[in-house]
Design a protein around this ligand. Structure first.
Ligand SMILES: NC(=O)c1ccc[n+]([C@@H]2O[C@H](COP(=O)([O-])OP(=O)(O)OC[C@H]3O[C@@H](n4cnc5c(N)ncnc54)[C@H](O)[C@@H]3O)[C@@H](O)[C@H]2O)c1
Length: 328
């Protein structure tokens, strides 16, 4: 089997590519390198360019006529940037995905896996969601994901292409074999900031301490990036058995972890403990949510295998070698 991975030089896409290779599926990478890294494409057929570039997509399919499916991870993903530049975000994530879909149809691609996000949900009072929960995105970034899902579903309803939307929760960790990890030296999510506080010997600041969670800090569903990648392998393998032309599946661990719990888990794994400071929540912050699992297990035979300690350990290992693998 051969798969085209758009955005395959990024954090998640490159991990999917490694999981595919390990499972005997050949990845072909299309990436503009706007945030991705050439180093992550080493040893793989790599086309540098934009998903909206029709002649380039035609060339890829001409040179790889045996592509069976496409995984579409290519997007801009920084929430505050999407607030500052909504035009740029809708263009990059929605308009280009529409062009890409047209190029895929023209080239006879019938199987598409779309990287969506749990950020599109409005969580219930118990902070759990499932695939039937209300979609109510709270940022331009999250809205681009919801719009893309709806757009691709409309296309799949009447054209010869089937679409699987995988809604990721909060990815952590790195490839356990340390081939790839987060490109950014200064990730802005809670675990990234903990690692930074650990490196600098300063306290980690918990932003928001009066959320309706068991300890007042925000709650997330952390899912190891290798587990995410493994779910794509399962989805590619079972694609033709999906229930309909459009399928939506949540990819999370099924457990909610608060920021205080994440810090406690971090301090179990790290050599030097990080102290906690406290501050108010930031504009746009939310209490968070975690997924009810069941759908992924039933349809893909998948569930997360790595726990939060594995995610922290692999993130720390990656942070220690990142500069060797990705000079500057
Ligand atoms: N990281 C998260 O927390 C998270 C959570 C939920 C969903 N997602 C989704 O997962 C996908 C991958 O995210 P990531 O964390 O790996 O981000 P990333 O920035 O590491 O990867 C995105 C990749 O897409 C490429 N790209 C962007 N626009 C492109 C274009 N127009 N043409 C070609 N290549 C392009 C970038 O160069 C990069 O390699 C995204 O679609 C994102 O919305 C990410």
């Amino acid at each position: 089997m051969k798969v085209l991975i758009a955005g395959g030089a990024g954090y998640i896409g490159s991990t999917i590519a490694s999981a595919c290779s390990d499972a005997g599926i050949s990845p072909v990478i299309l990436d503009s390198l706007v945030t991705g890294r050439r180093e992550f494409t080493a040893g793989r057929p790599f086309y540098q360019g934009d998903i909206a570039d029709g002649p380039l997509v035609d060339r890829i399919f001409a040179e790889h006529s045996d592509i069976d499916a496409v995984v579409h991870c290519a997007a801009l993903i920084v929430v505050p940037d999407s607030v500052a530049d909504p035009v740029g975000y809708y263009r990059a994530n929605v308009a280009k995905s529409l062009e890409f879909a047209a190029h895929l149809l023209r080239n006879g691609c019938g199987r598409l896996i779309f990287s969506s996000s749990a950020a599109i949900y409005r969580a219930g009072q118990d902070l759990t969601v499932d695939e039937g929960s209300p979609v109510d995105p709270q940022s331009p970034y999250a809205r681009t994901k919801a719009v893309c899902e709806a757009m691709l579903a409309d296309i799949a309803a009447s054209k010869p292409i089937r679409m699987l939307s995988l809604r990721y929760f909060n990815p952590v960790g790195a490839d356990p074999k340390m081939r790839t990890g987060l490109q950014s030296r200064r990730p802005t999510h809670a675990l990234g900031k903990m690692i930074q506080a650990h490196e600098e010997g300063v306290p980690f600041v918990i932003t928001g301490t009066d959320w309706p969670t068991r300890d007042g800090s925000g709650l997330r569903d952390y899912v190891h990036v290798w587990d995410l990648a493994a779910a794509h392998v399962a989805a590619l393998t079972r694609f033709d058995a999906l229930p309909g032309p459009v399928t939506v599946i949540n990819l999370g661990s099924g457990a909610g972890t608060t920021v205080r719990e994440l810090l406690a888990a971090f301090n179990e794994v790290a050599d030097q403990p990080v102290e906690a400071g406290e501050a108010g929540s930031r504009p746009g912050d939310v209490a968070g949510a975690y997924t009810r699992i069941g759908c992924a297990e039933r349809i893909l035979g998948w569930r997360a295998r790595y726990d939060i300690a594995d995610g922290i350990r692999h993130s720390l290992q990656w942070a220690a070698i990142r500069d060797e693998i990705l000079p500057q």
